[in-house]
Design a protein around this ligand. Structure first.
Ligand code: ADP
Length: 631
């Protein structure tokens, strides 16, 4: 018979108040730790049996969690390997405590206690976050072993006595403390079990549930049912990522997605991750439908270690731009019990990061090559990811540049090389630079787009939330290419060609026209310029310079320094008057100043209207003037 009292050797007077205090925010992890231990013990006996080192009956391996509200206990039981009294001394009194001591050391050095809270697994001793007394009642699988019981009340002294377990395995009994009674609620306990244990490899049983089963027929021959109590198993022990990709169908992947995110729309496609060298990693990542919203849902990827849920904050493990993906990653090689800054510096974590980036790029490239049409159809959803990846990660840019698509206003899709080829002839200016035109609002800029199309120019649609950044990046990466918004100047200025169109007005006439317009418009923000354009171009065009507009856009997004300077400038527009348009000729032919002013104003208002800038009193005046003119 074993009977022993002793003191846990430790340098600190009493560690438990500290554990309790600093891990309080995350105290629910006690359940994760204890259930994981029970699962480990179950898997160990399974392995011993398969190696022939355990010859006894394996039984139906499972872990059960039981709640006794009256006794205020939670009991975690397994039929795993169990422990002898000596093993308790070795593994619980010494090893586990060295973990706790290490925690104390780290805690002393850490600048921010939050950094380590919850990131430091305390294993078995996390039980003391919620219990003021813990008992282990265990019976080892080893031949000739005797059952043993360990009792510790949260001070540094413990007691080992003879146990009363009749069969192999362990019960860990937690006497829940006053502050932690919330864990004595069934729904709460179940929620935590589900969170951490949903995909554990050994069945986890929590309580019982009733089920109706057929029970013969009644006198009238109708089927009868009876209620029976069945074990409530809360986990799926073989989640899809633990299987080989060839074992699962598309429907299996979709079902697993539904299991993870019950209320989400179906994902677009998925990637099964599977490496064992130079690190261990498995998982399935899904591309959700995101559309054009930047209200993207992050923290949807769950991180597991050997099927134990760890966290859904995978910020340092998954590249930033892939945080929009959903799914699971399982890796025993990710250090789980350390602070964030350590995680960032960890070599494995960096490798995992670039592995995932590569896998995602490969998958996209494969989709593009295998079914271009389907790829184009999904572009609305995946384009945002790809652009995000390209602007935020050089390596990803290099991989994605072969399959990123540019869409024009006609909804035609081109790769970067295809597009360069398409516009090369028409859109090269006299210096040999290619100009890509784009619109960020095809409705508002319709007049400009129609004009460009008349000249056989192509206009790209760049109305996504990241397109501003994407445009700047394309300009940096593509040689001798610039992108100009279609309404940022008159076409002949946006793309200067060799053909010089003469202004039929002489200097004196140009001056008169400018004065006429200045007077008619009467706004300092409008800078009038008279030039000779093709007679088919609009008589008047209002534009904002591309450079100025981009600076202002950036200032709006909060750039400091020079950006602040641009942000503070008033909006300035260029009013280009086409000296070669017949309307200008008519203006000069009449001597009636009122008629001249009215024509100038009408032409200017039309230009403002096509920019969507004619509003308020100016709009009313325009409508009244137009009615008077058709009268
Ligand atoms: P870790 O699980 O990281 O080793 P713990 O403090 O959680 O640290 O557990 C310490 C040791 O106690 C385990 O390695 C194991 O040998 C033993 N142990 C804990 N729980 C059980 C259990 N339910 N059955 C058998 N052995 C256990």
């Amino acid at each position: 018979m074993i009977q022993e009292k002793g003191t846990i050797s430790i340098h600190t007077e009493n560690i438990f108040p500290i554990i309790k205090k600093f891990l309080y925010s995350d105290n629910e992890i006690f359940l994760r730790e204890l259930v994981s231990n029970a699962v480990d013990a179950s898997q160990k006996i399974k392995r011993l049996a398969s190696l022939g080192e355990y010859k006894g009956e394996l039984g139906e391996l499972k872990v059960s969690v039981a709640l006794d509200k009256e006794a205020k206990t939670i009991t975690i039981s397994d039929i795993g390997i169990g422990m002898t009294a000596d093993e308790i001394k070795k593994y619980i009194n010494q090893v586990a405590f060295s973990g706790a001591t290490e925690f104390m050391e780290k805690f002393k050095e850490a600048k921010d206690a939050n950094e380590i809270i919850g990131k430091f697994g305390l294993g078995f001793y996390s039980a003391f976050m919620v219990a003021d007394k813990v008992e282990i009642n265990t019976f080892s699988y080893q031949e000739g072993a005797e059952p043993a019981r360990w009792i510790c009340d949260g001070s540094t002294s413990f007691e080992i006595v003879a146990g009363d377990r009749k069969t192999r395995g362990s019960d860990i009994i937690l006497h829940i403390n006053e502050e932690s009674v919330e864990f004595l609620e069934e729904f709460k306990l179940k929620e935590i079990l589900k969170k951490y244990g949903q995909f554990l490899p050994i069945p986890i049983q929590f309580g019982m549930r009733t089920e109706s089963i057929p029970d013969g027929e009644d006198e009238e021959g109708k089927p009868k049912y009876k209620d029976v109590e069945v074990e409530n198993i809360i986990n799926n022990t073989t989640p899809i990522w633990t299987k080989a990709p060839s074992e699962s169908t598309d429907e299996d992947y979709l079902n697993f997605y539904r299991e993870l995110y019950p209320f989400s729309e179906e994902p677009l496609f998925w990637i099964h991750l599977n490496v064992d060298y130079p690190f261990n990693l498995t998982g399935v990542l899904y591309f959700p439908k995101v559309k054009n919203e930047l209200e993207l849902q992050r923290n949807k990827i769950k991180l597991f270690s050997r099927q134990v849920f760890i966290t859904d904050e995978v910020k340092d493990i998954v590249p930033e731009f892939l945080m929009l993906m959903h799914g699971v990653i399982d890796s025993p090689d990710i250090p789980l019990n350390v602070s964030r800054s350590f995680l960032q510096a960890d070599g494995n974590v960096k490798k995992i990061n670039s592995y995932i980036t590569r896998k995602v790029a490969d998958k996209l490239s494969e989709l593009f090559k295998e079914d271009r049409k389907a790829f184009e159809e999904k572009w609305q959803d995946i384009g945002l990811f790809i652009k995000y990846g390209m602007v935020s990660d050089e390596k990803f840019y290099d991989r994605a540049k072969d399959f990123v698509l540019l869409a024009n206003v006609k909804k035609e899709y081109y790769t970067l090389p295809e597009y360069a080829e398409k516009v090369k002839v028409e859109q090269t200016n006299k210096e040999g630079n290619v100009v890509y035109f784009y619109t960020n609002d095809a409705g508002k800029q319709h007049t400009f787009i129609a004009n460009a199309e008349k000249k056989s120019y192509d206009v790209l649609l760049m109305d996504g939330p990241l397109d501003n950044h994407f445009i700047s990046q394309l300009e940096q990466k593509l040689e001798k290419t610039s992108l100009k918004r279609i309404d940022s100047d008159v076409l002949d200025k946006l793309i200067e060609k060799d053909i010089n169109i003469e202004n039929i007005l002489n200097e004196e006439e140009s001056k008169t026209v400018k004065e006429l317009f200045d007077k008619a418009i009467n706004k300092t923000s409008m800078n009038v310029e008279v030039t000779g354009l093709s007679p088919n171009e609009m008589p008047v065009t209002v534009t904002m310079d591309e450079f100025m507009r981009r600076m202002k856009d950036m200032a709006k997004m909060g750039g400091g320094g020079m950006m602040g300077f641009y942000g503070n400038l008033p909006d300035n527009y260029k009013v280009t008057v086409n000296g070669n348009h017949k309307l200008i000729k008519r203006m000069l032919e009449t001597t009636d100043e009122e008629v001249q002013k009215r024509l100038a104003r009408q032409a200017f208002d039309l230009a403002m209207l096509s920019q969507g800038m004619l509003i308020g009193a100016d709009l009313t005046a325009f409508v009244e003037r137009s009615v008077a003119m058709i009268d």
